[in-house]
Design a protein around this ligand. Structure first.
Ligand code: ADP
Ligand code: MG
Length: 394
C-alpha cells in the first residue's frame, strides 16, 4: 500500500458475490478490506480507519443501518463516509440509509465502473472537506492572533505617542535647569570677582530664578501626570482586571493618552462625564473600546476634513445600565455597510492600513468582557454614533 493509496472497507455478509468488484477496485489502486458482519466491520473500521466504507444494508444480527449508526456514534469512525449497498432499489431503505448517516448508495447487482466512480467522487469530497476543516481551524487561529496584534498595535502606537509627548516637557526641563545653573554661576562669579552683591542684581536673580522654577515645575508636572495615567492604563490594558473606578477618570485618561495623536490634527474630543458615575468593571478593555472608536472617527469619519469633533457622553438609563455614547460629526457610514462594520475583516481601507478588526474587538469586549452591548447609528453626511450599553457591575 502506498502512502497515497486509499483504503476501502467493504462490510457484506456474502463476500462471495464481491469477487469481481474487489478485483476491479484493486486494479484501480484501492486497498480493499472485507468484513463479513457488522461487528467485524466496526472492529476493522476502528483499527484500519479506512477512507471510505461500503456497507451492505441487509445483514443478519446487526444490519447495515444499525452498523452505520454505531460508526457515526464513535468519534474514531464518525467522519468516514459510508456508502450503502442495497439489493432492492427500494426508496424506503435508501431514505433510512441517508438518515443513518450514509452519504450515498449503490444498488446490486453492481456495475463495477459505476461503483468506482462513486467511490472516487466521495473519496475526493472527503479529502476536500478535511482540507477545508484544517484551513478553517488555521484561519480561526490566525484571526485570534490578528485580534491580539491589533490590540497590541494600538497599545504600541500609544506608547510611541507618549514617549514623543514626554520628550517636550523633559527637554524643556533640561533647558530650564541649565538656564538656572547659568544664572547661579553668573552670580557666583560676580561675588568671587569681588564685584559685590547689589540689591538690584539679587532681585533680578531671584525674579528670574522664580520664573524658571515655575516653568520647570509645570513641565515636570505635565510629564508626571502623563506617566501616572499611562501607568494605570498600561496595567489595566495588559491585565484586564476588574476594579471599581470613576468613569470620568478612565475617559479622561484615555483621551489624554490619545492627545499626542490628535495634537497635530484639527480634530477635538469633548467629554463631560458626571463624576458620580462609578463602575465595577474592566477599565482597560473599556478604554480600549473608546480608543478604537476615537481612532476610527479620525481615520474614517474625518478623512480629508479640516474640522471634526467627537463627543463622549454618559447617562444612567432607567434600566440602571450605563449608556455611553461616542459620536462624531464626520462623513457617516453608508446604510449598506452598517450591518457589516462589526464583522471581522470588514474594512473600507483594505490595503490602506485597515485591518477590519477594530470594531470586531469593540464588539467582543462589549458583549463578553463587559457583559453589555454596542450599537451604531449613522447616516451619510450626518456623523456616526456608537452607543455602549453596559451594566455598572460587569
Ligand atoms: N466613525 C466612523 N465613521 C465612518 N466610518 C467608520 C467609522 N468607524 C468605522 N467606520 C467604518 O467601519 C469599518 C470597520 O472599522 P474597523 O473594524 O475599526 O476596521 P478598520 O478601522 O481597520 O477599517 C471602517 O473601515 C469604516 O468603513
Ligand atoms: Mg479601526
Amino acid at each position: 500500500m502506498t502512502a497515497a493509496q486509499k483504503t476501502v472497507l467493504i462490510i457484506d455478509d456474502t463476500p462471495a458475490n464481491l469477487g469481481v468488484l474487489v478485483d476491479y477496485l484493486e486494479q484501480h489502486d484501492l486497498c480493499v478490506v472485507v468484513a463479513q458482519d457488522g461487528e467485524e466491520g466496526l472492529m476493522r473500521a476502528v483499527f484500519l480507519r479506512p477512507d471510505l466504507i461500503l456497507l451492505d444494508v441487509m445483514m443478519p444480527v446487526m444490519d447495515g443501518l444499525a452498523t452505520c449508526r454505531r460508526l457515526k456514534d464513535d468519534p474514531l469512525t464518525r467522519d468516514i463516509p459510508v456508502i450503502f449497498m442495497t439489493a432492492l432499489s427500494e426508496t424506503r431503505s435508501k431514505m433510512a440509509g441517508f438518515q443513518a448517516g450514509g452519504v450515498d448508495y449503490i444498488t446490486k447487482p453492481f456495475q463495477v465502473e459505476e461503483v468506482l466512480m462513486r467511490l472516487t467522487t466521495h473519496l475526493n469530497l472527503h479529502h476536500t472537506t478535511r482540507e477545508l476543516q484544517k484551513t478553517v481551524a488555521q484561519l480561526n487561529l490566525a484571526q485570534a492572533e490578528l485580534v491580539r496584534s491589533e490590540t497590541l498595535a494600538a497599545l504600541g502606537a500609544m506608547v510611541a505617542g507618549i514617549a514623543h509627548e514626554l520628550n517636550t516637557p523633559i527637554g524643556n526641563g533640561l533647558l530650564i535647569a541649565s538656564t538656572l545653573t547659568d544664572l547661579s554661576r553668573g552670580m557666583t562669579r560676580d561675588l568671587q570677582e569681588g564685584k559685590g552683591l547689589t540689591r538690584s542684581a539679587l532681585e533680578k536673580y531671584l525674579r528670574e530664578a522664580n520664573e524658571v522654577g515655575d516653568i520647570l515645575q509645570r513641565n515636570l508636572e505635565r510629564a508626571g501626570s502623563f506617566i501616572n495615567s499611562f501607568k494605570q492604563v498600561a496595567v489595566d490594558r495588559t491585565s484586564a482586571q476588574r476594579r471599581k473606578f470613576v468613569l470620568a477618570d478612565v475617559v479622561t485618561e484615555t483621551v489624554l493618552l490619545l492627545s499626542p495623536t490628535l495634537k497635530n490634527t484639527p480634530f477635538k474630543v469633548q467629554h463631560a462625564i458626571d463624576r458620580s458615575i462609578e463602575l465595577d468593571s474592566f477599565p482597560g478593555p473599556l478604554g480600549q473600546i473608546i480608543t478604537n472608536l476615537i481612532n476610527n472617527a479620525v481615520l474614517h469619519g474625518f478623512e480629508g476634513r479640516s474640522h471634526g469633533s467627537i463627543h463622549i457622553q454618559a447617562d444612567i438609563a432607567e434600566s440602571g445600565q450605563l449608556e455611553l455614547t461616542v459620536a462624531d460629526d464626520g462623513i457617516g457610514i453608508p446604510e449598506a455597510n452598517l450591518q457589516r462594520i462589526f464583522d471581522p475583516f470588514f474594512t473600507t481601507k483594505m490595503g490602506a492600513g485597515g485591518s477590519g478588526l477594530g470594531l470586531y474587538v469593540c464588539y467582543n469586549i462589549a458583549t463578553t468582557v463587559l457583559n453589555g452591548q454596542i450599537q451604531v447609528s449613522s447616516a451619510p453626511g450626518d456623523g456616526t454614533r456608537f452607543l455602549l450599553t453596559l451594566p455598572l457591575k460587569a
